[in-house]
Write a new protein. Sequence first.
Length: 386
Amino acid sequence: MNDDAPVPIGRPPQSRREALAKFGWIAVWLVFLAYPVKDLADGHHSAPATLLGCAGLVAFGGCYLALVLRFMVRAEALIAPQLALAALLVLATVLAYTLGDEWLGLFVYVSVASAFALPFRQARWMIPLTTVVMVLLGLRTETLGQIIMSLGVMTLMIGFAMTGVRHLIHTTIQLREARATVAELAANEERLRLARDLHDLLGHSLSLITLKSELAGRMLPAHPDKAAEQVADIERVSRQALVDVREAVSGYRRATLPAELAGARTALTAAGIEATIPPAPDGPPDGPLGEQEEAALAWALREAVTNVVRHSGAHRCTVDLTRRETLDGPVLELTVEDDGKGGGGAAGNGLTGLTERLEAVGGTLESGPGKRGFRLLARVPVGSEA
């Protein structure tokens, strides 16, 4: 249900306007109390009977409102629902029996309270029972047809109608709670995406900055011009990292294979690692490749190269892109293999994030010892050729 409705369903009022609207909706149903009030005001009864009638009516109204408000706004129960319902039935029976037919309208409230206070399997018997008690009391002065047509049908129909209202309230509460859960899950997913993107972005960029800073430090005494070039590269990488972080936070950044292939060549060369990298494709390599699939493969390349630079101690690194046919359809494979000590095999945040990215697009990730060092293999599905 819409929380912006004038009478919010299934939650306490949040403002004076909502409270007045909810009380007005409930007050409409107090119209049947006009007949007992008029009966007391007309002076047809003795003073003690009038006094007791007023006290009984106040007690009846208090029990009824305690029940209705509890289930309409989820307030704390002032009295046990079953006890309040029993009190309503007893008060309605005693007052109608002793003070006359003008009090038979109280059984409408007993029927409504039964719908709110009892599970449906019990309310479906309690509502007809309440109607029967009311009809029996009315037979003292009216015929069966008259009492059924005047109040019997109304008591029965309003009671069962209120069971539907109660079900609507419970459904609304469940939908509101489900919506809150979905919002929390979406926020958690967004935090996970941001953490994964920042790890992939900053891990690569900071590693490159560190390498170039060390290289500039070694060049500075003897080769100031070359050191200045490295410092300029550090500034460029830093600015790009800042742009990437901003785009990642905004959710707009999409990694591409051409950009990551170029970045891999730069990072490996700066680390003094001999790199064998295929040229960047002008378009989707070897057939249609979706944006999400390409982005997942590009992140895999970035993470793999970062691990080679930071952990492997390798002298050579080979990157390969190959299209293969499998039983599940064509796939594009990215292979990154080095000749280092295999230190990139630790299962950290990077490889965990890569696995999640690839699984999200139907891909897979394999990592472990290769022929000479560490090998990472990422696969993503590609479309069939036209």
